[in-house]
Structure formats: C-alpha cells, structure tokens
Design a protein around this ligand. Sequence first.
Ligand SMILES: *Cc1c(COP(=O)(O)O)cnc(C)c1O
Length: 354
Amino acid sequence: MYMMSPRLEIDLLKITHNAIKLKSLYASKGVGIMGVTKVVCGDPKIAKALVKSGINTLADSRIENIRKMSSAKIKASFVLLRTPLLSQVESVVKFADISFNSELSVINELSKAALKQNIVHKIILMIELGDLREGLLPSDLDSTVIEILQLPGIELIGIGTNLACLFGIKPDQNKMKYLSALAIELEKKFSISLSIISGGNSANYTWFKETCDAGKINNLRLGESIFLGCETLYRKPIPGLFTDAFTLYAEVIESKIKASVPNGEICQDAFGNLPKIKDSGQMRRTILGLGLQDVLVSGLCPKLEVDIIGMTSDHIILNAKQTNLKVGNEVAFDLNYGALLSAMTSPYITKTYK
Ligand SMILES: *Cc1c(COP(=O)(O)O)cnc(C)c1O
C-alpha cells in the first residue's frame, strides 16, 4: 500500500503548541495576537486549531480565505490584512469584521457598502514606516483621519504598520516608539480612542524580547512564527516551539547510476537558464514525482543526506549519495515560508492532518 503522494503532513498538535506558547509570551507584555492564516490558505482545520489555542481573531490577506473559514463555522473574528480591492468591498464588509486600509477612496466605498448592508465596518489604518509596501505616509495621517471620522458605517479602531516584508526593514524600538507616539497624538487631537495598535508580524519577535515596555503597541499579526516556529529577521527558531509542524513527502519515480555531466552541447534549459555543471563522476541520480508546478523547490530542505541537483516542472533530481533510495520510497522535506505557501496553494499536493 502506497500513501498519497506528493503529500503535505500537517501536525495540528504542534501548531496548537506553538500558538499557545506565542500567545502567552506576547501576553506577558500586554500584546495580543491575531493568527494569520494566509500561508495556509485559510485552511479550516488549521484555523480551528488556532481558535482552540485561544486565538480568537484570525487575519488573512484574501477575502476568499475568510469566506472559507466563515462557511466552515470557525468561531473567530475575521480581519482582512490586505487593503481591500475596490471590486470586493461588498464581500469585505459582509465577511470581515475588520479590514486594514491605506486608501481613502477604498474606505469611502467600504462606507457605502456598510451603509447598504446596515452594518458598521471597523478599520485599522496602515502607516508606512520604512519597508515601502502598504501604508499612509505619516504626514497624510491627520487629513485622512479627518475624512474617515465623517464617514457613516465606518469605525476607525486602530493604526498599524507592516515591516520586514518587501525590504526586510527591522521593526526596532525607534519605529515602535514612533507608532505609539502617532497613536497617542491621534487620540488626543481627535478625542478618539484607538483599541488596536498593531506593531507588525513575526519579525517583531526580536524587538519584543529586547523591549521592557511595549508602549501603546498591543497587537501583532503572526503567521510564520506560529507555523514554522521561527522569527523572521534572521530565521532563528524560537525556543520552545516546533519548527517541523509541516512535512512534505515526495515519491521516488526513478533511481539509477548515471553521469553527473550531460552529454552534448549545452543550450538553454526548460526555464531559459544556461546550466553550469561540475563533473563529479558517476552518481546515483534519483528522480522524485514533485516539481516546480507543485511547489517552490528552492524552499525545500531534504531530511535525508541527499542533494537537490536540479528541478523541472514535474521532477526534482537528487544526488542520492549513500541513501540507496528505490522507486516507491518517499523523501521527506522541511519547508520554508515560500515552499509552505506554494504547497498549501497547490491542488496537486494532498494535505493530511494528525
Ligand atoms: C502576511 C502578513 C502578516 C503575517 O506575517 P508573518 O511573517 O507570517 O507573521 C502580518 N501582517 C500583514 C499585513 C501581512 O500581510
């Protein structure tokens, strides 16, 4: 009997363990967490595990994932992380309790959609603090808030920032202090109270450990550190967490002793690259039934003593070294964030849970 392959094995107990640990770590300095489900495509079983760990707010960048969790009757509040698409405002106010925003024109449309549906939609304003992805410039904050406060159907409940994504900019003490100061200023200036000051993501771990006072920062949005057990500035494991909640299995479809150097004139490969090959004599070349159409192969790390020497759409070629892999055997891999994202998204990879 062979098991389904390729297959992503998901250990829900390890995810639950990580979530509980992180929740209590961050709570020790008054920081609540949202569980970010986008890397797992809003998988309802995983979402359930997060809720069971005491995380009652789930955040995702895609409204489709939020709809999926909502239809699966996951008992949580739902937050849309990516600023809404104008073409989706109706479903955003319908399915998300809160959305992160950085464009007034979008907030205007959210207001209209909320009025139509007779609800109040909560928003958090994203502020650009250096990573140059989404966010209002701090200098535009006041004028934007003035407009928002006049909009019916919209409640401004907080501000936030996102760093360490596009350019890996570190969320340091200065940036967190600045965000705190902006929150205090807004509350004073407009006589409002902001209940969520969201300082960032899994990259905020180092700042959090070093700071003795989180200031006004009372929220982080965590994906990778829950699922892969690491911080994301240096990709160091977080003590006490599992880093192997996900394991990808692929099946050997060919295994033969062949040359390490191809025979003939070398031109472009399947992806337009000109291969460079070093002669290391004869080797056991083992082929797996898994390739670039399934997963970001560069983000895989084999758990056996083998080397990945090449990949095409549907194959990974290994130097099997001393492992003696045979047709039908399986090779297990650890995954980085990019590999996990692609594996969860891939319709070709079966997901199993334990
Ligand atoms: C993806 C995302 C997160 C979660 O990031 P991790 O590094 O997985 O913790 C948080 N906030 C925003 C806005 C995101 O897009």
